[in-house]
Design a binder for this molecule. Structure first.
Ligand code: KIV
Length: 271
């Protein structure tokens, strides 16, 4: 008789229980099969196929250019690698704002063509209809408030959001609305730590912070930033766990040298 070694998958219910128990949630981005496999094997709770792929994978200045087809390509590569984590996919700019029917169509394409488990949308009351329609189709929704990079041309800068009372009040109201609508979690990006604490205390759904201080129920970073593959992005909130840029560059330089000198391949490396 074979012994079942099935891995217990992270679901939205597991995340809810984690918040109730005060257990922090760890989330990272991934965009391809190979790195998603490593991140999943590490025991991460949530993998976000973020539209930050537009920056770190495609080299665009903003997240705006990435298309729905490109997000589906990244998401399906990640899903093929993942055994445990909940896979959440960003709806890209232009695929959900202003028209809930288009939002649902975009979501259905992501769910059917990639096999992902949930979607993430940026915004509050402005996208209420889109969120309602997606949820009514049975797809879990993660919200995203604070610095929402798809609105960068409205903000004009990547500085901390919701420092003023009016914007903080709107963020709190939006977070409560997302919870009432049935979202399972919300990302809070680049807002004051005290506001994160207040929002997290008032919600039963988990908050996931990025540049939002220690009081969120979980944290998220862009994988290529925390691994030190990207080097020009240096915000205060970013903790780098590796310097892969230098490590990969060093290995590549050694390889070039070995090829040029005739050291590689050796007789043992030949057939
Ligand atoms: O696209 C992304 O990587 C994100 C995270 C920064 C939360 O939305």
């Amino acid at each position: 008789m074979s012994v079942s070694r099935e891995v217990k998958r992270i679901t939205t219910h597991v995340l809810q229980e984690m918040k109730q128990k005060g257990e922090k949630i760890a989330m990272l981005t991934a965009y391809d099969y190979s790195l998603a496999k490593i991140v999943d094997a590490s025991g991460i709770d949530i993998i976000l196929v973020g539209d930050s792929a537009s920056n770190v994978m495609a080299g665009h200045e903003t997240t705006l250019p990435i298309t729905l087809d490109q997000m589906i390509y990244h998401a399906s590569s990640v899903v093929r690698a993942v055994k445990k984590a909940l896979v959440v996919v960003d709806l890209p700019f232009g695929s959900y704002q202003g028209n809930s029917k288009i939002a649902l169509e975009s979501t259905i394409r992501i769910m059917k063509e990639s096999g992902a488990h949930a979607v993430k949308l940026e915004g509050g009351i402005e996208i209420e209809d889109s969120i309602k329609r997606i949820l009514s189709a049975g797809v879990p929704v993660m919200g995203h408030l604070g610095l929402t990079p798809q609105s960068i041309y409205k903000f004009g800068t990547y500085t901390v959001r919701a420092k003023e009372e009016a914007e903080a009040q709107k963020l709190l109201a939006d977070a409560q609305l997302l919870e009432q609508l049935g979202c399972f979690a919300v990302v809070l990006e680049k807002i004051p730590a005290a506001l994160t604490q207040k929002v997290s205390a008032q919600l039963t759904m988990p908050t996931i912070g990025i540049g939002a201080g220690p009081h969120a129920d979980g944290q998220v970073l862009v994988l290529h930033d925390m691994l030190g593959i990207t080097t020009s992005f240096q915000p205060r909130f970013l903790r780098r766990y590796l310097n892969l840029f230098d490590a990969i560059k060093g290995a590549t330089e050694n390889y070039i040298q070995d090829v040029k000198s005739g050291d590689f391949p050796s007789n043992e490396e030949a057939y």
